[in-house]
Design a binder for this molecule. Structure first.
Ligand code: PXP
Length: 398
C-alpha cells in the first residue's frame, strides 16, 4: 500500500524531493514486512511541530521527528477490524535541514534517517525505554540505512571503468576474445571501484552474455548504461545492476553524443525511474551540466546524475575549457545542494581528468576509451593504476 505524504512545511526548497521520499518510504515498508499497511508522512515547520509536540506530548519545543502509531489513538470499537494503518510520522523540515548541516549529511540523507527512526517508533521500537531497547533500535536503524543506501557515498572519488571498447575489439572479429568480462576482473584487481557497460540496442559492442556474466562475477559495482528502451529496461529489471545510467542513444552515433534531454521527455524518464525504484535499482541520468535539467532530475526522483564532461574534454582552447569546466563545477555544486549525488564522465583522459576529480562534489568518474586505449601499450593493470594515481592525487588537493 503506498505511503502518503503531505507537505505543510513552508520551508520546502528545491532539495525536497517528495517522490524520492515516497519511494523510500515504500521500500522501507517492504523491508519491514508492512507494505500492506498505510503510512502517513507529514512535513511541517518548526513552529507546527512545536505545537503538535506541546499538545500531544506536553513538551513545548520543536523537535526533528514525531511518530503517532494509529493504534494509540484508535477507538477500541475498531479493534479486530481489518484496518491497515501504521500511523503518522511528522518531520520538521527546518530541523532536518539544520541537522543535515550539523552532521555533514545531505538533506536527503537526513530525511532518510528521520523517516527510518520515525517508522521504527511506529513499529514499536523505543530507545527511551531502556539501554537494551536503545541498542536494539540503533541496530535495526543501521540495518535499514545500509539497505536503503545500496550505492554508498565514499570520501574518495571513485573510478568506474567502462569496458565497452574491449568488446568493440572482440566484435571487430566476431570471435570470443578479448573478453570484457576478463577486462572487468583485471580493472577490479587494479583498484577500480566499479565497472560500466553500455548495452546498446544495436549490440555493437557489449552483448547480453557479457552483462549476465558481469552481473555474476563483478565484486564491486555494476553500472549498466542504457537507453530508455523497453527491451533493455526488461533486461535491467531482471539482472538488477547496482546502478543504471540512462543515456540518449542514437543508432548512427559513434558514441553517446550529448546529455539526455529530460525536459522534453519528463514523463517517460520518470516512469523508468519509478520502475527501477520498485526493483530497488538506483538510477543515474547522464545530463549536460545544465541546472534546468538537474532540477527536473531531482523532481522525478533520480538518485544520481552523471555530468557530461565531453564539451570540457573537447574544448580547443584554454578559455573555452575553463568555461566548460566552470559549468560542470557549478552544476555539480547545485546538484549536490539539491540532494542529488553527482558522477561525471565522457572523454576524460590522462591529461584532463585531474581538475574534475578534484571537485569534492563529484563522487565517481566513469572513464573508458582513454584507459582501454592506453592498455594496448601498457597493459590494462597499469593503465588503471595510472588513472587511479591521478584521481587519488587530485583528491588530496582538496
Ligand atoms: N559516461 C557515459 C554516460 C558514456 O556514454 C561513456 C561512453 O560510453 C562514458 C562515460 C565513458 O566515456 P569515455 O569512453 O570517453 O571515457
Amino acid at each position: 500500500m503506498p505511503s502518503q505524504l503531505t507537505n505543510h512545511s513552508r520551508s520546502s526548497g528545491r532539495d525536497l524531493n517528495e517522490r524520492r521520499l515516497l519511494a523510500l518510504a515504500d521500500r522501507l515498508l517492504q523491508e519491514c514486512g508492512v507494505d500492506d499497511h498505510n503510512l502517513s508522512i507529514l512535513l511541517v515547520s518548526d513552529e507546527e511541530i512545536r505545537t503538535i509536540n506541546n499538545r500531544y506530548r506536553h513538551k513545548d519545543q520543536a523537535t526533528n521527528v514525531l511518530s503517532f502509531p494509529f493504534a494509540d489513538g484508535a477507538d477500541p470499537a475498531l479493534a479486530g477490524l481489518p484496518i491497515r494503518e501504521l500511523g503518522d510520522i511528522i518531520i520538521s523540515v527546518e530541523t532536518a535541514r539544520r541537522e543535515a548541516l550539523l552532521y555533514k549529511q545531505t538533506f536527503h540523507e537526513r530525511m532518510t534517517w528521520l523517516l527510518v527512526h520515525g517508522l521504527l517508533h511506529l513499529l514499536g521500537y523505543d530507545h527511551e525505554r531502556s539501554a537494551e531497547e536503545e541498542e536494539a533500535m540503533q541496530k535495526r536503524e543501521n540495518q535499514l540505512l545500509d539497505k536503503m543506501n545500496t550505492y554508498r557515498r565514499s570520501p574518495m572519488t571513485r573510478l568506474a571503468i567502462n569496458v565497452d571498447h574491449v568488446a568493440t575489439i572482440r566484435q571487430a572479429r566476431g570471435i570470443s576474445e578479448p573478453d570484457p568480462v576478463t577486462a572487468a576482473a583485471i580493472c577490479e584487481l587494479a583498484g577500480a571501484a566499479g565497472i560500466v557497460v553500455h548495452l546498446r540496442e544495436d549490440r555493437r559492442h557489449i552483448q547480453d552474455r557479457d552483462v549476465r556474466l558481469l552481473r555474476q562475477t563483478i565484486q564491486t559495482k555494476l553500472n549498466l548504461e542504457m537507453g530508455a528502451n523497453k527491451e533493455i529496461i526488461d533486461i535491467a529489471l531482471e539482472l538488477k545492476p547496482d546502478l543504471i545510467t540512462l543515456v540518449p542513444e542514437k543508432r548512427e552515433e559513434l558514441t553517446t553524443e550529448g546529455g539526455l534531454d529530460i525536459i522534453s521527455q519528463t514523463k517517460k524518464i520518470a516512469k523508468v525511474i519509478e520502475k527501477m525504484h520498485k526493483a530497488a535499482i538506483p538510477v543515474s541520468l547522464f545530463l549536460d551540466p545544465d541546472p534546468k535539467q538537474l532540477a527536473v532530475a531531482m523532481e522525478i526522483g533520480a538518485t544520481f546524475v552523471e555530468l557530461h564532461t565531453g564539451r570540457y574534454c573537447d574544448a580547443t582552447d584554454d578559455d573555452l575549457r575553463q568555461h566548460e569546466f566552470d559549468l560542470i563545477a557549478a552544476a555539480a555544486e547545485e546538484g549536490e545542494g539539491m540532494g542529488l549525488r553527482i558522477c561525471a564522465g565522457h572523454g576524460l583522459n590522462y591529461q584532463n581528468t585531474a581538475p574534475i576529480a578534484a571537485l569534492d562534489t563529484i563522487e565517481e568518474l566513469s572513464i573508458g576509451h582513454a584507459i582501454i586505449g592506453r592498455a594496448i601499450f601498457t597493459g590494462l593493470d597499469k593503465a588503471v593504476r595510472d588513472m587511479l594515481a591521478i584521481v587519488r592525487q587530485a583528491d588530496m588537493l582538496l
